[in-house]
Design a protein around this ligand. Structure first.
Ligand code: NAP
Ligand code: HSE
Length: 470
């Protein structure tokens, strides 16, 4: 994981193999017990013990001494909620901890910190709410829940003087929540461009570099523990949208209706799009974009062509990256592993340490109180301005190019480059025409495409991919 305020962007960055924990636990001068006066251990309950929960138990066990030193109290696991107690678990999971009764965690007065790593919205949300009402600190990696109910849960945490921490919810192991909440506390975020879905980035990388199909690449991401329980949340762009809503809370102080964020996934991209992108000097990435426009904010999630030499083009595999632009700071890049058991557990356990520290210091709830939110209108997608890659699958017959150019020209959209590829053997067979436009309003581009859609020479829906500077 790296944080850089001078992102140079040279050379590919790719890490996909799971790294074993190689370092020995470092115990401080007090052998893992608090400095000075001994405080009773902080008891933790986990809701869920799957990919992330298993990583959390592993880190808590293997780094117990150092974590105790850093918190000023030992952290001990008391209970772990699961669906099936008989399932195989990581060796660090003591079977005596397992329960299927959530009240043994959220209603147990001995438990001071609840770690929600089960996923889902209604059930998990109800338990988080109950834990906060009972005055417990809550750590969650559940971005779907935060995107749906984050502001209300933060208000509840505030009311009950409890912390609600969620570093693991965005960017897996990268400290983007802390960066926004703490490092940017003195600045204003003007924009962010982010690769925040490890599965999509892994799938796009594998399709481009290994030439494998979408389904096989998704299966690989599932085997590596990157994908959501329902992987269409990843490939449909919804997981990235949930994370963008969480980032918008911290970056722009915005309370956003997550269903209003324009979202496109990666399912519609064909191998031919990667090939054309490369030919024009671009790489296709799945991006989440946020911009503060003063009277409104721009939020959108979609595949995009980014220049092949740019920083984001070279973030490969499961790596995530968030490129922030601060008004005073300028660019700041945070990148590292964006999914998987141990990377995400690093963020979750760091949150447990923070929440435990506030409890030990008697200032529980302080972190949560620093987040101020207000509703902010979203700029309609028709009003955004960018450049576009347009791929038309057409019957290769005279006059087609003129009609395509004419429709765009009539809408005030200027063309920068045109390529037609692979004249087929049979006359008037299908051909791919790709155009790169100059900057244009999306509404204008869409109205030109509506005109083209009525033409009989168009054989498939037009593929539109936005081009971002990144
Ligand atoms: P997972 O492997 O599917 O684990 C879910 C765990 O929750 C399992 O232990 C499951 O119990 C338990 N669980 C689910 N529903 C339950 C219910 N109704 N009652 C009792 N226990 C229940 O999921 P995961 O990948 O660890 O993800 C967990 C959360 O972290 C999700 O919100 C996800 O979005 C988020 N997250 C995941 C990653 C990642 O890389 N995987 C990264 C960042 C954030 P059983 O084991 O008995 O089935
Ligand atoms: N499914 C998510 C991803 C997990 O692939 O990014 C990390 O939030």
């Amino acid at each position: 994981m790296t944080i850089s305020t001078n992102p140079a962007g040279d050379g590919p960055v790719s890490v996909d193999e799971q790294r074993p924990l190689r370092f020995a636990d470092r115990t401080g001068p007090h052998g893992g017990v608090p400095h000075g006066r001994e405080r009773a251990p902080i008891q933790v309950g986990l809701l869920g013990c799957g990919t992330v929960g298993g990583g959390v138990l592993r880190l808590l066990a293997e780094h117990a001494g150092a974590i105790g030193d850093r918190c000023g109290a030992r952290i001990v696991v008391r209970k772990v909620l699961v669906r099936e107690v008989d399932k195989a678990r990581v060796p660090e999971c003591d079977r005596a901890w397992l329960t299927t009764d959530p009240s043994e965690i959220v209603d147990d007065p001995a438990i001071e910190v609840v770690v929600e790593v089960m996923g889902g919205e209604a059930f998990a949300g109800g338990l988080v709410e109950r834990a906060l009402r009972n005055g417990k600190g809550v750590v969650t990696a559940n971005k779907a829940l935060l995107a749906a109910r984050g502001p209300d849960l933060l208000a509840l945490a505030h009311e009950h003087r409890a912390d609600l921490a969620f570093e693991g919810a965005v960017g897996g192991g990268i400290p983007i929540v802390r960066t926004l909440r703490e490092a940017f506390a003195s600045d204003r975020v003007e924009s962010l461009s982010a690769i925040i879905n490890g599965t999509c980035n892994y799938v796009l990388t594998r399709m481009r570099e290994a030439g494998i199909g979408l389904d096989q690449a998704i299966r690989e991401a599932q085997e590596k523990g990157y994908a959501e329980a329902d992987p269409t949340l990843d490939t449909g762009g919804f997981d990235a949208a949930h994370k963008l809503v969480v980032l918008a809370m911290l970056a722009f102080g915005a309370r956003v209706d997550r269903d209003a964020v324009p979202v496109e996934g990666i399912e519609g991209l064909d191998e031919v799009d990667h090939r054309f992108a490369e030919r024009f000097g671009y790489t296709i990435k799945h991006l989440a974009i946020g911009r503060d426009r003063g009277d409104s904010i721009e939020l959108r999630v979609h595949p995009a062509l980014v220049p092949s030499k740019s920083v984001l083009a070279n973030v490969s595999g499961v790596l995530n990256a968030v490129l922030l632009e601060g008004k005073a700071l300028g660019p700041c890049l945070v990148y590292g592993r964006g999914a998987g058991d141990l990377p995400t557990a690093v963020s979750v356990v760091a949150d447990v340490i923070d929440v435990a520290r506030s409890i030990v210091a008697g200032v529980a709830g302080l972190q949560t109180r620093s987040i101020a939110l207000a509703p902010r209108p979203l700029r309609p997608i028709a009003d955004i301005e960018t450049r576009y890659y347009l791929r038309f699958t057409v019957a290769d017959q005279p006059g087609v190019m003129a009609k395509l150019a004419g429709a765009l020209g009539d809408a005030g959209v200027s063309i920068e480059q045109i390529v037609q590829e692979g004249r087929p053997a049979e006359a008037f067979g299908p051909a791919e025409v790709v155009m790169i436009t100059h900057r244009a309003r999306e509404g204008a581009v869409r109205s030109a495409l509506d005109v083209v859609a009525k033409e009989s020479f168009l054989l498939r829906p037009v593929r539109l991919v936005r081009i971002e500077a990144a």
